[in-house]
Design a protein around this ligand. Structure first.
Ligand code: AMP
Length: 223
């Protein structure tokens, strides 16, 4: 069961609307603390790129900014959960509905695990549209950049790996972003009270700098 887990191993959810900084913070926690980022968005993009049956189904839904079915994303998480057994999982972009929250509780419970924290990144929606529509990543190593807030030091060259190719997500356009926000408000925000009732929710101001948000998250995890 949980025998290979250290006493300080934590399973946490990063919750917040698209563009709140969940992926950036999850990657940092993975690099600095050895936790494992479990991003259903990344898993689905991988499935789309590979053209798997799940990817073919998910592609249109993702391009519209709507939610992929609970059954598909819960199965994806179930397949990867054990990879994070020893070091703890950072759930990024999952759960997004009450049904997914229930599925996660069952998946963790079956493994003798439970959630330690639900960290809500609190952000201003209008600022998010600008954040999201300007973001791009290195096509080689995935390092994140932004047209206004964080351009590569040498134009056209990735600071991290020296790569010269960059990419943008097809769903990072304003119209799709608005739908993704509406989906968040309608289906994801309502799961917060459920976690609040369990005393799991910690709030962090997601409008602060990446470093300040990281420090606030560290304080929660070390608390
Ligand atoms: P993300 O990278 O988390 O912003 O997710 C990108 C898109 O993938 C979303 O807009 C949804 O279409 C889909 N997606 C990712 N995670 C989930 C999830 N947990 N439930 C349903 N759809 C998801």
């Amino acid at each position: 069961m949980a025998s290979n887990r250290g006493a300080s191993t934590l399973d946490i959810i990063l919750l917040g609307p698209p563009g709140a900084g969940k992926g950036t913070q999850a990657q940092r926690l993975q690099a600095k603390r050895g936790m494992i980022q479990l991003s259903t968005g990344d898993m689905l993009r991988e499935a789309v790129a590979k053209g798997t049956p799940v990817g073919i189904k998910a592609k249109v839904v993702m391009e519209a900014g709507e939610l992929v079915s609970d059954a598909i994303v819960s199965a994806l998480i179930g397949e990867r959960l054990d990879t994070a057994a020893a070091h703890g999982a950072i759930f990024d972009g999952f759960p997004r509905t009450e049904h997914q929250a229930d599925a996660l509780e069952i998946l963790l419970g079956e493994r003798g695990r439970k959630l330690d924290h639900v960290i809500e990144l609190v952000v201003d929606e209008e600022a998010l549209v600008e954040r999201i529509t300007g973001r791009f990543t290195c096509a080689t190593c995935g390092a994140p950049y932004h047209d206004r807030f964080h351009v590569p030091q040498v134009a056209g060259t990735c600071d991290a790996c020296g790569g010269h190719e960059f990419k943008r997500r097809p769903d990072d356009n304003e119209q799709t972003v608005r739908t993704r926000m509406a989906e968040y408000r309608a289906k994801t925000a309502p799961i917060l009270p459920l976690y609040e009732a369990k005393g799991l929710v910690r709030r962090v101001d997601g409008m602060l700098t990446v470093e300040q948000v990281a420090a606030a998250i560290d304080a929660i995890l070390d608390g």
